[in-house]
Design a binder for this molecule. Structure first.
Ligand code: SF4
Length: 282
C-alpha cells in the first residue's frame, strides 16, 4: 500500500521519489527543522485534545468572548509545550522567547479560525456549553488514519470535518502558498483523501480544504471526476516506479532542483548507478 504523500512527491519529481523510496537514500533534515517541526506538531496535538473542553466552556455568543477563550487557551498550551521542550530548544540555541514569538502569530490565527467556526454555529443555533458540543456540526477528527486495499493507498488526514451526511478533508500546510488555488501536490493529496473517504464510507465528497497556516488562508478544492481519475492514474504510476529498477530523468523545472535537499546525490551519476545495480542483483 502506498502512502498518499508518495503521490505528491511523485508529482514534484519522480526521480526524487525513486532515490528516497527505492534506493533508500535520505538526507537528514537540519536538526533545527526537525526540533521546531516536532514542537509545532505537539502544540497542534494538544490544541486538538482541548477542543471538547473548550467548546463546552463557551457560555456566550459574543465574538470577543469566544475568540479570547480560544486565544488564551492556545497561548497557554504553546507556553507549556515550549517549556516542556526547553532542552531541545537549547540544543539548537533558540531562546524560548524567540521561539514563542515565532510561533505565536500562527497559533493566534488558529485560535481565530476555530473560534470563528464556533461563533457561526452558536449564532445560528443558539446552543451554548454542553449543548453546543453535543450538537456541533461539523465535529472535527484530527489526524484521521484511512486506507483502502482496493485503491492500494493509505494516509493520515490532518483534520476530518464530519457533517451529517458528508465529510470534508482538511490539509494543513506551512510555507509559501500560490497566488491562486493550491499547489498541484496539495490538490492531489486532498483528492486522494476524498477518494479514500468515498471508498470507505460510500459517500460522495465534493469539497476538500487546504489551510496555509503561515498566512491563515483557507483554500477550497473542488473534488470532481477528473481529479479522481488523475489520482487513480498517479497511484498506478507510483506503484510502477516503486517496483522499477530504472532511475527516472531529472525534474521538469530547474527551480525544483535548486531547492532540492537531494541535489548532490541526484547528480552523483556513479553512486546512483552503483545503487541501482545493487537493486538489479537482489
Ligand atoms: S535535484 Fe532535481 S531532479 Fe534531482 S531529485 Fe531533486 S528535484 Fe529531482
Amino acid at each position: 500500500m502506498i502512502p498518499v504523500t508518495a503521490l505528491s512527491s511523485y508529482l514534484y519529481c519522480p526521480r526524487k521519489l525513486f532515490i528516497e523510496r527505492v534506493l533508500g537514500i535520505k538526507i537528514e533534515l537540519p536538526k533545527e527543522a526537525i526540533i521546531k517541526g516536532s514542537i509545532r506538531h505537539e502544540v497542534y496535538e494538544k490544541i486538538n485534545k482541548a477542543q471538547e473542553e473548550l467548546v463546552k466552556s463557551i457560555k456566550s455568543k459574543d465574538w470577543a468572548f469566544i475568540y479570547e477563550i480560544y486565544r488564551a487557551r492556545y497561548i497557554r498550551i504553546l507556553k507549556k509545550v515550549i517549556i516542556t521542550n526547553k532542552e531541545q530548544l537549547r540544543l539548537i540555541e533558540t531562546p524560548l522567547t524567540d521561539f514563542f514569538r515565532e510561533i505565536k502569530p500562527m497559533i493566534e490565527n488558529e485560535a481565530e479560525y476555530r473560534a470563528m467556526g464556533i461563533f457561526d454555529f452558536a449564532g445560528r443555533t443558539g446552543f451554548l456549553g454542553e449543548e453546543l458540543w453535543e450538537n456541533l456540526i461539523p465535529k472535527t477528527k484530527p489526524e484521521y488514519r484511512i486506507s483502502s486495499d482496493s485503491l492500494g493507498l493509505r494516509g493520515i488526514i490532518d483534520e476530518l470535518q464530519v457533517y451529517e451526511n458528508f465529510f470534508v478533508p482538511v490539509e494543513f500546510k506551512t510555507g509559501k502558498m500560490p497566488n491562486e488555488g493550491v499547489w498541484p501536490g496539495h490538490k492531489i493529496q486532498v483528492g486522494a483523501y476524498a477518494l479514500l473517504l468515498e471508498e470507505n464510507f460510500g459517500v460522495q465528497i465534493t469539497k476538500a480544504v487546504v489551510r496555509y497556516l503561515d498566512t491563515n488562508t483557507t483554500r477550497d478544492v473542488l473534488i470532481n471526476p477528473f481529479l479522481k481519475e488523475e489520482v487513480k492514474s498517479l497511484i498506478i504510476r507510483v506503484q510502477e516506479l516503486l517496483n522499477s529498477a530504472e532511475i527516472p530523468g531529472f525534474a521538469d523545472n530547474e527551480n525544483k532542483c535548486s531547492a532540492c535537499d537531494l541535489k548532490d546525490v541526484c547528480h552523483d551519476k556513479k553512486a546512483l548507478e552503483l545503487k541501482t545495480k545493487d537493486l538489479n542483483r537482489t
